[in-house]
Design a protein around this ligand. Sequence first.
Ligand code: P53
Length: 481
Amino acid sequence: MNTKYVFPEGFLWGGALAANQCEGAYREDGKGLSVADFLELGTVSSRVKDFKLTLKDGVYYPRHEAIDFYHHYKEDIKLFGEMGFKCLRISIAWTRIFPNGDDEEPNKKGIEFYKNVLTEMKKYKIEPILTISHFEMPSALVENYGGWENYELIHLFENYTRVLFTEFSDVKYWIVFNEINCAVNDIHGDWPICIHTGLKMDIGDNRFEKIYQAIHHQFVATAKTVQLCHKMLKGAQIGAMVAHIPSYPRTCDPEDIYNNFWRERYKELFFLDVPATGKYPYYFHKYMQQNNAIIDMKEDDLRLISENKIDFIAFSYYMSIAFSSYPEKYQEGSGNIFSGVKNPYLKASDWGWEIDPLGLRYSLNYLYDRYHLPLFIVENGFGADDDALQEEIDDQYRIDYFNSHFKEAYKAIEEDGVDLIGFCTWGPIDIISAGSGEMKKRYGFIYVDKDNNGQGTLQRRKKKSFYWYKDVIASNGGTLQ
Ligand code: P53
């Protein structure tokens, strides 16, 4: 056996899912509607002028059934157990616990479901990692409160997290908001509802101000959650999470270097700086002034932020992007909501996401150097349209992707000295894509028979990568090539 890439003892190999992308059962056992329940098929489908929180007749909503993890969790977790998962990151659907977000009492059936899921994980010695909010806030909080712009959301979120910490007190790893930095991508646009922050926008609204006010409230909620977690759960660790997409200047033109420097701050690093250092960065107030934004911040809340810092940094990593101050000169780069210009040195997936394993080693060093906190890769994976007609689905491209990324993670740990807790592969079983609502953009080691229009038996099938990942985990990286 090749022992070149053996990871440290206890390294958390695993996978990650989000409730709204896998569970389905969108109205079962008292679940309320979340913003995700209104998303249709198509790229970031909430970003249309007529987006409303009403369900239309005859329209297919991919998340309503998803892969029906709600009824298949035993079978699915068994398969994760068979692969030898050391950890599994799932998210709690807020609407299963508080269907409207502001209910007097939590929904017992919702709590019971996650207890059952956790029991199942325990059977296979899989360490749970719970995301508290993953793109699925109760839609009633948008309708009745205007989302995170409203200070009241901090209290409602606190009630919710208190229930989670009480009911799931064995859980050691917690993540507050999934990819909290995604919110800034709603600033430049004209869609009326921003689903990450639950904001309703009218024509003429200062979108910039509303979004940063909401983000401030999410930071306060993060600090409260950290405080509560540390108080209620001894030995638990809680982190903040961003979509980490390193941005490279397309050229060494100082304009590109300088503008890219700020782009990285505004789009991402700011979102870690606040919860990790406990304070707003020096440029924040100037930046608000320049955008005619006045953010209401209470003294007590700033103190709360400074006194309740996160324990680790969680991030997703799929790709890097190239940035140019003159984008019109270049071909457009990777798809989805964080776009850049094409990087001539990298190949892309069929969805335009540029594959950059070395970018992961760079990122691990970059983030560790900046925050001096343990890191956790809580998402990484390769979306592809697998050929299900094959007897065994041969997803060698996915194996190649993971093989190269795992190796760079190894080097960051062993050759550079980065403190990395674990590695969650995204969508270890095929699920609904967050960006496009597609099933066709598959990430799994396990295939699910379902197509973009919702047709299929939901039957699970192991792909070639299933056996490959199983061997990687069993050898703790020893089989990496
Ligand atoms: P899909 C943008 C860029 C990088 C990661 O994405 C992102 C996004 C937002 O779409 O999101 C994370 O399914 C997210 C997951 C999501 C995963 O990336 O669009 O936390 O919910 O499924 C992959 O291919």
